[in-house]
Design a protein around this ligand. Sequence first.
Ligand SMILES: Nc1ncnc2c1ncn2[C@@H]1O[C@H](COP(=O)(O)OP(=O)(O)OP(=O)(O)O)[C@@H](O)[C@H]1O
Ligand SMILES: [Mg+2]
Length: 284
Amino acid sequence: MNVITVENLSFRYRRAKEYSLRDVSFEVRRGELLGIIGPSGSGKSTLCLTLNGIIPHSIRGDFSGEVIVRDPGTGEEYNTIETPVAKLSTVVGLVLQNPESQLFSMTVEEEIAFGLENLGLDRNEIMRRLRWVLEVSGLKGLEKEFPPNLSGGQKQRLAIAAVLAMKPSVLVLDEPTSQLDPLGRNEVLGLVLLLRKEHGITVVLVEHHTDYILRFADRIIVMDKGSIVLEGKPREIAEEAETLRRLGINLPPSLEISYELKKRGLISRLALTEEELLSGIRSL
Ligand SMILES: Nc1ncnc2c1ncn2[C@@H]1O[C@H](COP(=O)(O)OP(=O)(O)OP(=O)(O)O)[C@@H](O)[C@H]1O
Ligand SMILES: [Mg+2]
């Protein structure tokens, strides 16, 4: 079942000369982790903004085609152009590229409760959700902290927690680790995997760390100049290493090395991870 269906979507920001999205069509399937990669300026963030209606409701421009969001709980379908962002946000949660821009409260718990109060939920339900997201996001004990004082990884987990509290079926994360050190990066990506495995949340993840996407995504979309240029399973995308390189996408060393070894007929299978590379080399 598709939770999001995008059909022939094109978008040009107001006053921009060029289209930032050009005839984009794809679907997000329930329960999957869909990875999106592509060079800077290829339209990844713009695409994310269309998935919960911020484009075209809050950011305007020339919009054509459609984005249909389906609530897997009720089976109801919403065309984003006809549905307010507040409604769409309860199905599709979007964590923006820069988490600082999303945090504005005095404490961690206020930050999380803010969106819930706006939903008009009663006090008990707010408390229940607050406890749940503090627990899953690993922020328990930090309820009274001032968000700017948190570490990078904690800030990003808070941004995710605040969105998660709305109980969306789909979580869209736009480069959640781009400003983090390796430790913070592991914290955040670990949370994403947990949400997917243990809470059944569908994930759309824009990530320039291609190694993670190749290892954990079910499917990958590659964007360039506002269009989808490749779509497939990680192994299918890895086979296109030369195209990825040409687009300026960083490839993980295990893929680079195995690609060269395979080209020379030394191994038969590309390695998506270091473990696969090692076992390939050991069998030489
Ligand atoms: N608010 C805006 N107004 C006009 N043009 C914009 C706006 N935001 C983005 N663009 C343009 O749209 C295109 C796609 O930008 P977008 O931010 O979606 O790319 P991206 O793939 O997310 O890049 P990055 O990897 O750097 O985050 C770029 O050419 C960019 O300059
Ligand atoms: Mg971006």
